[in-house]
Design a protein around this ligand. Structure first.
Ligand code: G1P
Ligand code: ZN
Length: 542
């Protein structure tokens, strides 16, 4: 057997964060670094012997090399089959689907999501379990424990494989099944949405722009929107994945998808605009002259999902991460279905979806998804919007205004302070934590604090607990500020401040967001002592 046992020592800091292990690419390129983590994954799941996996990534720098390493390690660890996307490409939702469709034991997904790619940028890897979703905390804890004690890894000394053509090959004893990344995913989308209706919408002159941001969704969007639904060529822009995402930042928000925003807010704007991120799980939704916040998008989709064939029977429930606005709770309440508030990170939705407690889930960070896979899914959200637009025959703007008139509006914004010195970020959080019991009743500018706590989650399905998931400050009148530290950053610490206030449907629904939130922004800054960041304001506001 050409399998080689190599000795190694643990690396520092291989702790999986909000979504797997994410580091600078050069860190991953150190000899043995990726191997340590992959072997720790295999060890943490009681070995890979006789198991089947899905492997793919978003095509960023080091994707191709990492896949060769993983294939050789899977073979040396006794796996019987790996399903891999052609050219090493799979979007995160497509990988989740392939795990479920083929009933594999799990999968390894290579991506640093919306972070830039390149030798001096970011890389990442995460393990998904057999339900297709990110490994839950019990599994990531085992992986972490293993990374601290590992002393060897197994790897085949076979040659690199050619992954350019679809078909089955053999690596030692292991089958390597190379699949078209789009085919099965597209087939799933066709079961959920009324493709004929959407085709008719485009045939009627509906205009759309989809910015794939040089990332993995390009081939998916081109095949589905242009190839199948009849959107004109050129609807998809930046549709060819590149290792450095065209030197861009593949994060679909108004800051990083500015070209799309300019077009959507310019003269002769298309009817509908959308973008997705590096690995295709995030989405941005824009209409002519309107940006739909992810929190609002989740709520609008929850209210309208029954218009798409896949959700015609209605929803079991809706889940959102704690920092996401309460807009979807209002829809759930009206529909008389369950609503759930989970910690940040998609892994917390998995149990709720598996137990059939919820159908739709979403996060304020541009993640929306449903029980069709166990990841958020950017293109899925876009197709559901298209299906709703086709059924309702209204503009994005009219759908959103109608929604606000019915449910009220949750003004919402997230302010990020990026790459802060770790000690300053920790001190801000520590000081907030130590004030929690004394804040209620305090007047801060125009607002009065009604309560404060640190969010903990008790998983209603498996009873597991997650603590310290963000500090919440509630104000009289319904406004809220939330503080938490990012678990995905790769440089220093990133402090996220989430701001929200509510007006009912008869209130003023069209105030500029930052202006509407001015009081809660000021109060949040005052209570937390944000001047200690040394910044004049947030680095990114979404
Ligand atoms: C961020 C988002 C979170 C998302 C995660 C992975 O994590 O805030 O909603 O699940 O990326 O895409 P954070 O950096 O805040 O820990
Ligand atoms: Zn992503």
């Amino acid at each position: 057997m050409p399998a080689v046992l190599k000795s190694t020592a643990p690396f520092e800091g291989q702790k999986p964060g909000t979504s797997g292990l994410r580091k600078k690419t050069r860190v991953f390129m150190q000899p043995g670094y990726l191997e340590n983590f992959v072997q720790s994954v295999f060890d943490a799941i009681d070995g890979a012997e006789g198991k089947r996996f899905v492997v793919g990534g978003d095509g960023r720098y080091f994707n191709a090399e990492a896949i060769q390493t993983i294939l050789k390690m899977a073979a040396a660890n006794g796996a019987t089959e790996v399903i891999v996307g052609q050219g090493g490409l799979l979007s995160t939702p497509a990988a989740s689907h392939l795990i479920r469709l083929n009933g594999t034991d799990g999968g390894l997904i290579l991506s640093a999501s919306h972070n830039p790619g390149g030798i001096d940028e970011d890389f990442g890897i995460k393990y998904n379990i057999s339900n297709g979703g990110p490994a839950p905390e019990g599994v990531t804890a085992k992986i972490l424990a293993r990374t601290t004690e590992i002393d060897s890894y197994k790897i085949s000394d076979a040659a690199d494989m050619d992954l350019t053509a679809v078909g089955t090959q053999v690596l030692d004893q292991m089958q390597v099944v190379i699949v078209d990344p789009v085919t099965d995913y597209q087939a799933l989308m066709e079961t959920l949405f009324d493709f004929n209706k959407i085709r008719a919408l485009f045939a009627g002159g509906f205009r759309m722009r989809f910015d794939a941001m040089h990332a993995v969704t390009g081939p998916y969007a081109t095949a589905i929107l242009e190839g199948t639904l009849g959107a004109p060529k050129g609807t998809v822009v930046n549709g060819v994945p590149s290792v450095d995402f065209g030197k861009g930042h593949p994060d679909p928000n108004p800051v990083w998808a500015k070209t799309l925003m300019d077009e959507m807010f310019g003269e002769n704007a298309p009817d509908f605009g959308a973008a997705s991120d590096g690995d295709g799980d995030r989405n941005m939704i824009v209409g002519a002259g309107v940006y739909v916040t992810p929190s609002d998008s989740l709520a609008v989709l929850a209210a309208n999902a029954h218009l798409a064939p896949g959700y015609a029977k209605g929803l079991a429930g809706v889940a959102r991460s704690m920092p996401t606005s309460a807009a979807s709770d209002r829809v759930a309440e009206k529909l008389g279905i369950g609503s759930f508030e989970t910690p940040t990170g998609w892994k917390f939705f998995g149990n709720l979806l598996d137990a059939g407690k919820v159908t739709l889930c979403g996060e304020e960070s541009a993640g929306t998804g449903s029980d069709h896979v166990r990841e958020k899914d950017g293109l899925w959200a876009v197709l559901l919007w298209l299906n709703v637009l086709a059924e309702r025959g209204l503009s994005v703007q009219d759908i959103r205004t109608d929604h606000w008139q019915t449910y009220g509006r949750d003004y919402y914004s997230r302010h990020d302070y990026e790459a802060l010195p770790v000690d300053i970020a920790n001190t801000i959080m520590y000081d907030l934590r130590s004030q929690l019991d004394t804040l209620a009743g305090r007047s801060v500018g125009a607002l009065t604090v009604s309560g404060a706590d640190e969010f903990s989650y008790l998983d209603p399905v498996d009873g597991s607990e997650s603590h310290q998931q963000g500090i919440r400050i509630f104000f009289e009148g319904g406004a809220r500020a939330v503080f938490r530290l990012s678990g995905t950053g790769t440089e220093g610490a990133t402090l996220r401040v989430y701001l929200q206030s509510y007006v009912d449907g008869s209130g003023d629904l069209h105030v500029e967001t930052q202006a509407a939130l001015a009081d809660v922004i000021a109060a949040a800054s005052d209570i937390s002592g944000l001047e200690r960041t040394g910044r004049d304001g947030p680095d990114v506001m979404t």
